[in-house]
Design a protein around this ligand. Structure first.
Ligand SMILES: [Zn+2]
Ligand SMILES: [Zn+2]
Length: 452
């Protein structure tokens, strides 16, 4: 197995391939030393650093049937296979990308034969689909792409992203060098200079700035994450003070985003902040969620779960949902404490198919504020909430994000969720279910559709 290089996010066109589709693609292309081909059909979206292609489906070309040796002695996709794929791309409003593989490890580029075939084929194909089309070439730990745009332009693919247990970024040539700022010396000794730069270039959303979100803001800003999107419409109440980092009584009645801004800036004066003092289901907040590298979901409404789950699967943004629940009996007896961090990987089994979005709760959350309270069957009784329990899973989530971002997880395929039962001193890994017909995380649903 090749050690995957750490490449900081870069500007330009990118292609994101969910791990499940990446496995399907690379098992086919890399299964032996021979030449094999495939097509990726991809959605399209805007990203923080440029346009993003979102792999939605992989079409594997059968050797000798769909992928054959032509008269010039070079293997190529057959005309029939290309035609069928292009018609699907046109009908489903998707980007057509032909993929093949070259030998090599951390550098790759198109051959003269490849480029000549692009020049022959792609001007016509982009006319048919009216969307970008292109070719992608992979080596063991590198990727390059040649995109032909509907406006007549042409662009190189800057990076290919696989958002799995490690957040892999492949480029035509691996990044080198870099020098972390002196204040980050001690952590760059863990992440490497390129790992530290990776965190500095990431844009991370935090939805919910209460007990869990407050710890996330403090920690992510101090780690050196370059840009945060802060979403919360609530104000600080006096009963929140024991759980909000660096809050004091003068913060009562101030917006939670104000406290988050103050803490983030104090940790890193250069941090880039996008602030939304509004509910996550507003169009602007929903939109911002789709322009991030990672989302932390620390709000417990079902509407928040719904919109984050959509960003994960329709826009391929990895996320972590974090929550603490203390069960209290009708007579006040304290039951089990559940503290969870759920890693949400695009196409990997989602909040919807794990029945963690309750349609009734969702419907109530969609009401305007006043009606929402009236619609609740049981009037809200404040639930127990404690800073140390929030910290347990907030830190679990940040550690996972940080090790994924810098490529340090030993097992990149381990994307299990974590459930703590602190009263039993137990930590339980949970494998999420995946419904192959899920309306969000499967090819039958919205997977990778982006902005249509
Ligand atoms: Zn080639
Ligand atoms: Zn699902």
């Amino acid at each position: 197995m090749v050690r995957v290089p750490v490449n900081p996010p870069t500007h330009g066109w990118s292609l994101t391939v969910p791990p499940r589709l990446w496995r399907e693609l690379t098992d086919h292309l890399f299964r032996d030393g021979g030449e094999h081909g495939a097509v990726i059909l991809a959605g399209l979206a805007d990203g923080p650093r440029g346009p993003r292609l979102l792999a939605r489906e992989v079409l594997l070309a059968r050797d000798g049937v769909d992928y054959t040796i032509g008269t010039a002695g070079h293997s190529a996709l057959t005309a029939t296979f290309v035609r069928d794929a292009v018609i699907r791309a046109r009908n489903e409003r998707l980007v057509y990308l032909a993929v093949h593989r070259h030998l090599g490890t951390d550098a790759v580029g198109f051959s003269r034969v490849d480029l000549a075939s692009h020049e022959r084929g792609y001007p016509a194909l982009r006319q048919i689909t009216g969307l970008p089309v292109g070719g992608i070439v992979l080596a063991d730990a590198a990727a390059a792409g040649d995109l032909w745009l509907p406006d007549g332009g042409r662009a190189a693919l800057a990076e290919l992203v696989v958002p799995g247990g490690n957040l892999v970024r492949l480029r035509p040539r691996s990044a080198r060098g870099g020098q972390a700022a002196a204040i980050h010396d001690r952590q760059a000794r863990l992440f490497g200079d390129l790992g530290q730069e990776t965190l500095g270039r990431m844009r991370v959303a935090i939805a919910g700035l209460g007990g869990v979100g407050s710890i996330l803001v403090e920690t992510l800003a101090r780690l050196g994450v370059g840009a945060l999107v802060l979403i919360d419409d609530e104000t600080v109440e006096d009963t929140n003070l024991p759980r909000l980092v660096a809050a004091d009584p003068s913060d009562v009645n101030a917006a939670k985003v104000e406290l988050a801004i103050r803490n983030a800036r104090r940790a890193n004066p250069d941090i880039d902040l996008t602030v939304l003092a509004e509910r996550i289901e507003t169009p602007r907040a929903r939109e911002e969620l789709t322009r991030c590298d990672w989302i932390f979901l620390a709000a417990d409404s079902h509407a928040a779960r719904f919109w984050v789950n959509r960003a994960v699967n329709q826009f391929h943004i990895p996320a972590t949902q974090i929550g603490v629940k203390v069960r209290v009996g009708a007579d006040g007896t304290i039951g089990q404490i559940h503290a969870v961090a759920r890693l949400l990987i695009p196409a990997g089994g989602c909040l919807w198919c794990n029945e963690l979005i309750d349609p009734t709760e969702l419907a109530i959350d969609m009401h305007p504020d006043r009606e929402r309270d009236a619609a609740r069957y049981v009037p809200g009784v404040p639930a127990p909430s404690v800073i140390a329990l929030n910290g347990l899973v907030a830190m679990e989530a940040v550690d996972q994000f940080m090790l994924a971002g810098t490529g340090l997880h030993h097992d990149p395929d381990d994307t299990t969720w974590t459930l703590y039962l602190p009263r039993d001193r137990t930590r339980i890994p949970q494998v999420p279910r995946r419904d192959p017909a899920c309306p969000w995380c499967s090819e039958a649903g919205q997977l990778g559709r982006g902005q249509h």
